[in-house]
Design a protein around this ligand. Structure first.
Ligand code: ATP
Length: 231
């Protein structure tokens, strides 16, 4: 899966957001897109998933039915409960939903199981931001796809649940899928094996191993590596 010479500009804007960018996704690593706010990460994901049409370039990705794209905001009626969301997602792949929540929790650790059982009967409008994000990602990653694109999957989530979410994503890779995520929580990346793609001023300024990126910037701290990369 790759992007070659992609350029993109919004119709109502003069600024070219993506300027002739190229990179490859790695199959055996979590591919992580990093960059300043407003640098074009969501725009790039929208191009890959055909929501936006690039001005130029080649996008070599699976058809949309083989991609799961979790955008930063997904709307689900606040009056519905966690179980309604779980059942709705099960039906996407024509699976008959389980009747009892325990059937979904067999492979979960104790903390995740307790949270899942709690959220099952909680109205979505009453879940915290982090609880909602955790539930959506946990359930959506149960759908088998060739490529998972997750836009800031850990934003607003507590440290312990962030690690769980990342381990979940890591498992998708180990099970043979491609994963492409964005994040601003760079410290978390030490928990997974990842390939960094860094966007800055419309260009890919780094593509490669996370630890090599730290080494290139003479630091163990990814926030400092980020800052030094854009200097
Ligand atoms: N529909 C639009 N029309 C014009 N400009 C837009 C539109 N949507 C986004 N932009 C601009 O494109 C740029 C890139 O936005 P994008 O949402 O891709 O950034 P991002 O890297 O995902 O940011 P963040 O890290 O804050 O989520 C921003 O300057 C934004 O203002």
């Amino acid at each position: 899966m790759f992007v070659k010479n992609l350029s993109f500009k919004y119709k109502n804007s003069k600024r070219e957001i993506l300027k002739d960018i190229s990179f490859n996704l790695k199959k055996d690593k979590v591919n992580v897109l990093v960059g300043l706010n407003g640098t074009g990460k969501t725009t790039l994901f929208d191009c890959i998933t055909n929501i936006l049409k690039p001005n130029e370039g080649v996008l070599n990705f699976p058809s949309i039915d083989q991609i799961l794209y979790l955008t930063q905001t997904i709307y689900f009626s606040p009056e519905l409960k966690g179980k309604d969301f779980v059942k709705f997602i099960s039906r996407i792949d024509n699976k008959v939903p389980f009747k009892f929540p325990e059937s979904y929790t067999i492979k979960m650790d104790e903390r995740s199981r307790n949270l899942f059982l709690h959220l099952w009967n909680t109205k979505i409008g009453r879940m915290s931001v982090g609880e909602k994000r955790w539930l959506f990602i946990t359930v959506l990653s149960g759908l088998k796809r060739k490529l998972y694109i997750l836009d800031e999957p850990t934003s607003g989530v507590d440290p312990s649940s962030r690690i769980r979410i990342l381990k979940n994503i890591d498992k998708l890779v180990k099970d043979g899928s491609y994963c492409f995520i964005s994040t601003h929580q760079l410290q978390d990346l030490s928990h997974i094996d990842c390939n960094i793609i860094m966007l800055h001023l419309g260009k890919v300024i780094y593509e490669g191993d996370y630890y090599k990126w730290l080494e290139n910037n003479n630091t163990h701290n990814p926030d400092i590596a980020f800052d030094r990369s854009i200097e």
